[in-house]
Design a protein around this ligand. Sequence first.
Ligand code: NAP
Length: 278
Amino acid sequence: MAEILDGKKVADAIVEECKSEVGRLSLCGITKTLAVILVGNDPASAIYVNNKKKKCEYIGIYSKTYELPEHTTQEELLALIHRLNEDLHVDGILVQLPLPAHIDENTIIMAIDPAKDVDGFHPASVGALSIGLPGYVSCTPAGIIQILKRNQIEIAGKHCVIIGRSNIVGKPMAMLMLKENATVTVAHSRTSNLKAIAKSADILIVAIGKPEFINRSYVKEGAVVIDVGVNRKADKTLCGDVLFADVAPVASAITPVPGGVGPVTIAMLMHNCVFGLE
Ligand code: NAP
C-alpha cells in the first residue's frame, strides 16, 4: 500500500515558515501586502479568495480584497491593476481566475507587473522559469516540488510523466521537473498510447480535470503518483483525476484528494508573497 503524501502537513510547514519570516520582517518595520481581485459572483472563486484571505490573516500578511461586479469592464480592471502596480505598499497582485467571458484573461495577466506576479502566470515569469532566471513560479507546480522534496522523494534521474499541458500546471511542472534533473514527458489529449507512456513513469503527475480517470492500468508498480485534479462527483464529494482506491495499492506514494496538492498550492502563494522572487 502506498505512502499517503499528506499535503496538509507540507502546507502547514510552509505556512509556519512564512509566519516566522513575516515576524522577522515586522521587526524591521516591513509589512507584506497582497492585493486580491475577484470579478463576478462565481461561488468557487469566492471560496478560494476567502481561504487566501484567512491564510494571509494567520500569517500576518496584509491582504486587500477588491470584489468587483460581474459587469466590470476590461478597462476598469486594467485601471485597477495599473494602480496596484504603481502602489509601493503592494507586494503581490492576484487576479482570481476564471474571469467573466467579456474580459480577456491574457490581457489581464500581462498587465500585472512581473515583480508583483505572485501567481507566476505572466509571460515574463514563465520565460524566467524556462531559462532558469529568478521569477515567480506558478503555485501548484511549485507546491508539487515541495511535496516531493519534503517527503524525501528522489527526482533527479527519474522519468516523470505529466498528463496535462495547461499553462498553469502541466507546462510549468515540466520546466520545474527538468530543473530538478528529471527526464520529462508531457502527455495530453492528443497523445497516442497514453497508457503505455503513463506506465513508464517513475513519477506520474496527473492534471487533466477528469474525475478518477487514471486507474492502476496506467501506473507502474512502485510509481509515485501526484493527483492535481479537483473534481466534484454527482454526490457533490470531491475527487481527483486518479482513482485513489484502485491506484494506491500499486503506487509507492500518492497524494489524496482532498488533502494533497490543494493545500500546498495556497501555501506556495503565501510563500511567493512573503519571500518574493527566488
Ligand atoms: P486544463 O487547463 O483544462 O488542462 C487540462 C489538460 O489535460 C489539457 O492539457 C488537456 O489536453 C489534458 N487532457 C484532458 N483530457 C485528457 C485525456 N483524456 N487524456 C490526456 N490528457 C487530457 O486544466 P488545468 O487547469 O491544468 O487543471 C487540471 C485539473 O487540476 C483540474 O481538475 C483542476 O481543477 C485541477 N487544479 C487543481 C489545483 C490545485 O491546487 N489542486 C490547481 C490547478 C488546477 P489538451 O491540451 O490536448 O486539451
